[in-house]
Design a protein around this ligand. Structure first.
Ligand SMILES: O=C(O)CCC(=O)C(=O)O
Length: 283
């Protein structure tokens, strides 16, 4: 993803509302309440190992209003150096935790893509957080869809066309909803106009979590994925990992990542807001 901002995603237009682009799917209420609670518990574990951080816009250095974390071999980050995927958390310097199996299963069910996701962004929205219209374009692979899962308060999600000024259409996304951006919709401008506070009791202190599963590198065949450098060898400390070449099987690599996390000793919770009793980490 890139070209995000805090600007409102909606813009008044005389044009008739567009239909969502081909490849857009909204599956309301796919996860029932027990499934949402179970997934939330898994995300709390992710955020405990990889605390939420505040991305900043490269040009202006202004913070985005959304706080975020990641799980998977790669994670999306934004700072003065640019928008990119990298294998290490930008604050703790640790590898991202593994993507929970529940999410990998959802990917298998909905993505119709022969390789597993390499990144799962965890976006945390407070009452006033919004996400300006942007395209997800920092991945080198646009043939894989983006799969999104919503937890907590509802939001108004907006999606348009391939140009920022194209007419757009909006939907209310509620806790447990799934959205698939495939085909044309994969590269369509989209954003979050607003959060509807108090619309879900899932998170104790309110707010919304959005999870997006992404393929970052190009798949090399059925089941293919690639290892980040910290799993293959010494960390390069570099930005998005070009030239990752070893095929990776999901189970061993996740296991390996868990071992790496264990070795790291779970240190690195730098932000007092990210304690267990924080909104996201203990909702
Ligand atoms: O929060 C959402 O529903 C959308 C998130 C999003 O657009 C993104 O992470 O690129």
């Amino acid at each position: 993803m890139s070209t995000r901002s805090n600007a409102p995603a909606s813009r008044p237009s005389d044009k008739k509302p567009a239909a969502p682009p081909p490849g857009f799917r909204h599956i309301p209420g796919y996860l029932d309440r027990p499934a949402q609670e179970a997934l939330l518990a898994e995300i709390r574990e992710v955020v405990r190992a990889a605390p939420l951080f505040q991305p900043r816009m490269p040009r202006t250095d202004k913070p985005l209003s959304v706080r975020m974390s990641n799980c998977g071999p790669l994670g999306w980050v934004a700072d003065k150096a640019g928008y990119r995927y990298q294998p290490l958390h930008p604050v703790t310097g640790e590898p991202w935790p593994a993507i929970p199996q529940t999410l990998l299963d959802l990917w298998d069910e909905f993505s119709d893509y022969p390789a597993p996701p390499e990144a799962c962004l965890v976006n945390f929205y407070e009452e006033t957080t919004r996400m300006g219209l942007h395209r997800d374009e920092d991945e080198e692979n646009f043939s894989a869809p983006v799969l999104s899962i919503s937890l907590g308060d509802s939001c108004r999600f907006r999606i348009g066309g391939q140009a920022r000024k194209d007419p757009s259409v909006s939907f209310k996304l509620a806790s447990g909803d799934i959205v698939l951006l495939a085909g044309e919709a994969r590269t369509a401008f989209h954003g979050v106009d607003r959060i509807y506070p108090g619309t879900s009791t899932l998170l104790k202190d309110g707010g919304r979590i959005n999870l997006t599963l992404r393929r970052v590198t190009k798949a090399e065949g059925r089941g293919a994925t690639r290892l980040p450098p910290h799993v293959q060898g010494p960390p390069t400390g570099g930005t998005f990992c070009q030239g990752l070449s070893s095929p990776r099987r999901r189970v061993p690599s996740n296991h390996r990542l868990q071992l790496l996390r264990k070795k790291a000793g779970g240190r690195g919770v730098l932000d007092p807001r990210l304690r267990e009793d924080d909104n996201c980490a203990d909702a």
